[in-house]
Design a protein around this ligand. Structure first.
Ligand code: ATP
Ligand code: MG
Length: 269
């Protein structure tokens, strides 16, 4: 941005310089620089947000960010780190990355999705390539489900056409009408192209309270048995939640990775 301002400053001062030196050739040179700046994408992207991902994005940076910001969520950290870094570094993923985050209220589901968004795009949740939907806010009326479905599909299609590396976050999935989830499903599958658009580089993140009681139960059991929270393995959660989460109609059955946020209010965690 600073460089951008410097370039602008130079342009404003240009008339003085032009008069002082040789007007026509200096003018042409400046026009050339300006055209190059606008037309050469990599140069342009140094100063403005572009589709793609941050140059600084790496597994190490994401790990550092998760380690320093997200507390008490060893399962979430591990799964997110592996899934996101592997997906981002894959130049030809076979399907979009779909994460489903489950946990009780205040366990950091939105917080985690913000960290992911910020690691991929400078603007994080405010980026033009990151789209947040809240079921109760954006799709409140069950009677308008057909309209929502059409709008949502058009929105996803339009945005992925414009930027393959688009991120869609769906909050309060447990309150989302099942019909709307059906509208999202086709985008999550192994299609090379759907009507000429490839969704394979997109990221879909679903946030939900579904299964939260079971997550808390598992964490509480560990605590009662004198075990450390960090001893909870992903398979302990998967086993406990296979019925309540995977069979839940509000968890799209095409998700890659479902991960669990144990309740922070369990004592001594
Ligand atoms: N594991 C955590 N580590 C650090 N901060 C956390 C953690 N969990 C929650 N927080 C803090 O609590 C705030 C609220 O969490 P967040 O909104 O992400 O919860 P949520 O899981 O989305 O809850 P809800 O189901 O009510 O939407 C976050 O903005 C963050 O500051
Ligand atoms: Mg939330």
């Amino acid at each position: 941005m600073r460089l951008g301002r410097a370039a602008l400053g130079l342009l404003l001062l240009a008339p003085l310089a032009v008069r002082a030196v040789e007007p026509i050739s200096l003018g042409l040179a400046l026009a050339g620089v300006l055209t190059g700046y606008i037309s050469y994408p990599r140069l342009y992207c140094l100063f403005a947000e572009c589709c793609g991902q941050k140059r600084s994005l790496s597994r190490e940076v994401l790990q550092k960010d998760l380690d320093s910001k997200l507390f008490g969520q060893h399962l979430a950290k591990k799964v997110i780190l592996n899934a996101v870094s592997a997906f981002i570094s894959n130049p030809k993923p076979k399907k979009p990355l779909t994460l489903s985050l489950h946990g009780w209220t205040g366990t950091g589901k939105n917080f985690v999705s913000r960290i992911i968004a910020e690691n991929i795009y400078e603007g994080g949740l405010n980026s033009n390539y990151v789209h947040l939907f809240v079921a109760t806010l954006h799709f409140p009326h069950a009677s308008s489900i057909t309209l929502y479905k059409d709008q949502l599909q058009l929105w996803i299609r339009g945005n992925v056409s414009a930027c393959a590396r688009s991120i869609f976050i769906f909050d309060e999935m447990d309150k989302m009408h099942a019909g709307l989830i059906d509208a999202i499903k086709p985008f999550l599958d192994y299609y090379d192209h759907l009507d000429g658009v490839s969704y394979q580089k997109a990221i879909f993140i679903f946030l939900s309270n579904a299964g939260a009681e079971r997550i808390t139960d598992v964490a509480l059991d560990f605590w009662r048995n004198g075990k450390q929270r960090e001893e909870i393995k992903l398979r302990d959660m998967e086993h406990a939640l296979s019925v309540s989460v995977f069979n839940n109609k509000n968890t799209p059955d095409t998700v890659d990775i479902v991960y669990f946020l144990a309740c922070r209010s369990v004592p001594q965690l």
